[in-house]
Ligand binder design. Structure first.
Ligand SMILES: O=C(O)CCC(=O)C(=O)O
Ligand SMILES: [Fe+2]
Length: 353
């Protein structure tokens, strides 16, 4: 029946377990559909952000060939000698650019941050990352390997072009959230146009299986929520990402080819006066592939690569509760003080490194 919600509902289910439901949403109609298609996509995304805080997006406009090229370039970077990577090292939370060696960052929840040093010693995250920020910011240079060789030049070009595609997708997803929250479609444009975002390449190196058996606290990336507005997460096929369910269990967010996992961050939750959820997640050993219990005799898990594009409002923008999320008419007060996006993020990064 035309106009039936069933016909225009662009979502199916990607994950459903322990009261955690993550939809798989076709973003295509947001670009090309009728206004009502567009609204349906916007509502699906916003409703998911208000419940699980996570969606999988397909038909998101970033071609699979581009994503493959970025993964290949990332793997090439991590294959470089340690001394070259260390020469491009991360320095300060203000800059948040450069290479982060294994054990340097220990992701944890907000409440645990005081115990960061102890955690770092006991079971450090088994990962190395490369952080790329907005190019061309005075005094905050990206740490490119372009002076090393042609591959380094190609890396820079590949990452800059990907950065800008992701920046554009951030703006589009924020437009969907605006519509879904009864705000004008372009409400967020002036908040996100600078692209003060952070492209993080992640490499989880091979680990012996007994490392996880011997230490039940060992993870590839500790339980945490993300800090900014939204995160665009590209995973390879290995799995290991888990999202915390309302029941407190961790549920596999299994990779689905050609999709992006998109989740809301703490600053968006704060901006929405906590109507949107920033949900905790972590990365552990990959789940056993079905039917391989007998065949898989290797004693190590292979490398896992992922790419997280952390989106943020412009650094200088003051973040205050969105219209419609507080007021006498709905009997809700503003829960948080106003803060600039830049101050908020530096505070959070300072606690993590
Ligand atoms: O590697 C992943 O799948 C997730 C990484 C992540 O959550 C993060 O870096 O914030
Ligand atoms: Fe994360």
């Amino acid at each position: 029946m035309a106009g039936n919600l069933q016909d225009i509902n662009p979502a199916s289910t990607a994950v459903a377990k322990d009261d955690l439901v993550i939809p798989l949403i076709d973003f295509g109609p947001f670009f090309t559909g009728t206004p009502s298609d567009k609204h349906a996509v916007a509502l699906s995304i916003t409703n998911a952000f208000k419940t699980s805080g996570f969606v999988y997006l397909k038909d998101h406009g970033i071609p699979p060939s581009v994503v493959s090229r970025v993964f290949a370039s990332s793997a090439g970077f991590f294959r470089r000698p340690q001394s070259q990577k260390d020469g491009l090292g991360w320095t300060t939370p203000q800059s948040n650019r450069g290479y982060v060696a294994i054990g340097r960052e220990k992701l944890a929840t907000l409440e645990e941050t005081g115990e960061m040093d102890a955690l770092r010693g006991s079971a450090p995250d088994i990962k190395e990352t490369m952080e790329i920020g907005r190019e061309g910011v005075d005094g905050l240079p990206n740490q490119w390997p372009d002076h090393l060789d042609d591959e380094g030049k190609d890396f820079k070009e590949t990452m800059l072009s990907f950065f800008s595609m992701c920046k554009d997708l951030h703006r589009q997803v924020m437009s969907a959230i605006a519509l879904g929250m009864n705000l004008p479609e372009h409400f967020f444009d002036g908040f996100v146009n600078e692209g003060d975002n952070n492209l993080r390449l992640l490499h989880y190196p091979p680990v012996r299986k007994d490392v996880f058996k011997q230490n039940p606290n060992q993870v590839r990336a500790g339980e945490h929520s993300d800090y900014g507005s939204i995160t665009l997460l590209f995973q390879d096929r290995h799995g290991g990402l888990q999202v915390r369910s309302p029941k407190g269990t961790f549920v596999d967010a299994t990779p689905i080819p050609d999709t992006i996992v998109v989740n809301a961050g703490d600053l968006l939750a704060r901006w929405s006066n906590d109507t949107i959820k920033s949900t905790r997640h972590r990365v552990i050993e990959p789940p056993k592939p079905e039917g391989q219990d007998v065949d898989d005799t290797s004693d190590s898990y292979p490398s896992r690569y992922s790419i997280a594009y952390f989106c943020n409002p412009n650094n200088n923008k003051v973040i205050e509760a969105l219209p419609g999320t507080f007021g006498e008419d709905i009997n809700v007060t503003k829960k948080y003080a106003d803060i600039t996006a830049g101050d908020y993020l530096v505070q959070r990064l300072t606690a993590t490194y």
